[in-house]
Design a protein around this ligand. Structure first.
Ligand SMILES: NC(=O)c1ccc[n+]([C@@H]2O[C@H](COP(=O)([O-])OP(=O)(O)OC[C@H]3O[C@@H](n4cnc5c(N)ncnc54)[C@H](OP(=O)(O)O)[C@@H]3O)[C@@H](O)[C@H]2O)c1
Length: 334
């Protein structure tokens, strides 16, 4: 891929910031860095420019994934710039806290980044603002494998059978909203959010134009970021300190972010796959995950439909004559 324009969400700290720095070192010409507010994105852009001293343009962009109106404004700005993006790095995300948080649109806080990322991605595709060979990487996480202590997954098929007359789209919608009939448990919400991301990626891959590709990539454990700032004491005072003591269980943010960059060079043949540390590991080389629950096509399509319903946007792969921003038809609180 020609190293031209990349967009990194959540670049104000942690892995997004590290990824933007790595992309600059790799010779990308322009890196669009997002923060919830323009001031944060501007600060990140200035800091990156000072850190890298490279001849790269860091363009700040306001993008609050909790707010459809913010996604819409970001899309309008990108349409105005009118330059297709070659690498879309959907990195923003968070581990939720003990108290359940919902966005104004009623989406559980750790699920909200996927809704905003979906609106952004579909908006860019519909406006013809992804280059023909674009790569899309979205942050996954090892808990989606279902083998991480303290992070159990919801059995969507069982939830659908018990509460939604077998309708898996409705069950996944309930997870996105954390209700009705979903008991809030922070680590489970996070694990479910990353599982839905893995399913969404598989469904998006089936809809992308042939030259493009999308992957879910877990950066792996990198505890020197702000990702668990809202998390409960068990994770902060037990899980992470123990993980840090075990050799090979923690990585620097740069090492973790390098996984995203590695995936940007993957081919269309592995589009739709979820790459993470080897089963039961949290660092080291990434590989494509083979766990059967990740490859359940019915759940992949149900996840896509649930995200479409909650976000208010679907992807209709028809190229418009000229760049334009498709409206987000639903999404109160934006
Ligand atoms: N660090 C790890 O061990 C690890 C492991 C596996 C996966 N991950 C994933 O890696 C990604 C990056 O995490 P990190 O460790 O770099 O955490 P971080 O230091 O907290 O950075 C997260 C970034 O995402 C932004 N963000 C979060 N929610 C957002 C929203 N709704 N709208 C807009 N921006 C939002 C944050 O902005 P604000 O500061 O304004 O909230 C921040 O810029 C996440 O998706 C995380 O789940 C991390």
């Amino acid at each position: 891929m020609e190293h031209s324009i990349a967009l990194v969400t959540g670049a104000t700290s942690g892995l997004g910031h590290a990824a933007a720095r790595l992309l600059a070192a790799e010779g990308w010409h322009e890196i669009i860095v997002t923060g919830r507010a323009l001031a944060g994105a501007q600060q990140a852009a200035a800091q990156l420019a000072a850190e890298t001293k490279a001849k790269v343009i860091f363009t700040p962009l306001a993008l609050d994934l909790d707010k459809p109106s913010s996604v819409q404004s970001a899309l309008a700005e990108l349409v105005k710039q009118g330059r297709p993006i070659d690498f879309l790095l959907l990195n923003a995300g968070m581990v939720p806290g003990k108290k359940r948080m919902l966005t104004a649109a009623g989406v559980e806080a750790s699920q909200a980044p996927l809704i905003g990322h979906h609106q952004l991605t579909v908006g860019l595709l519909s406006a013809n603002l992804l280059s023909p060979n674009a790569r899309i990487v979205i942050a996954g996480a090892e808990p989606a494998r279902g083998d991480v202590p303290m992070f159990s997954l919801t059995d969507v098929t069982a939830l659908a059978a018990k509460r939604h007359q077998g309708n898996r789209t409705a069950a996944i919608e309930a997870l996105l909203h954390n209700g009705p009939n979903v008991k809030y448990q922070a680590n489970r919400a996070y694990a479910d959010a990353k599982l839905i991301i893995a399913w969404w990626v598989a469904a998006l891959a089936r809809r992308l134009p042939s030259g493009m590709a999308v992957y879910a990539v877990s950066p792996g454990a990198a505890t020197d970021t702000k990702v668990v700032r809202n998390a409960g004491w068990a994770l902060k005072l037990l899980f992470i300190p123990i993980a840090k003591l075990i050799p090979g269980m923690d990585q620097t943010p740069e090492t973790a972010a390098r996984r995203y960059i590695q995936a940007s060079g993957f081919g269309t043949d592995v589009s739709g796959q979820f790459f993470a540390s080897a089963p039961k590991k949290f660092s080291g080389p990434i590989e494509s995950m083979r766990h059967p629950h990740l490859h359940d096509r019915t759940n992949q399509e149900a996840a896509w439909q649930a995200v479409v319903k909650v976000s208010g946007v679907d992807f209709v792969p028809v190229k418009p004559a000229s760049p334009s921003v498709p409206p987000i038809t639903k999404g109160p609180g934006g």
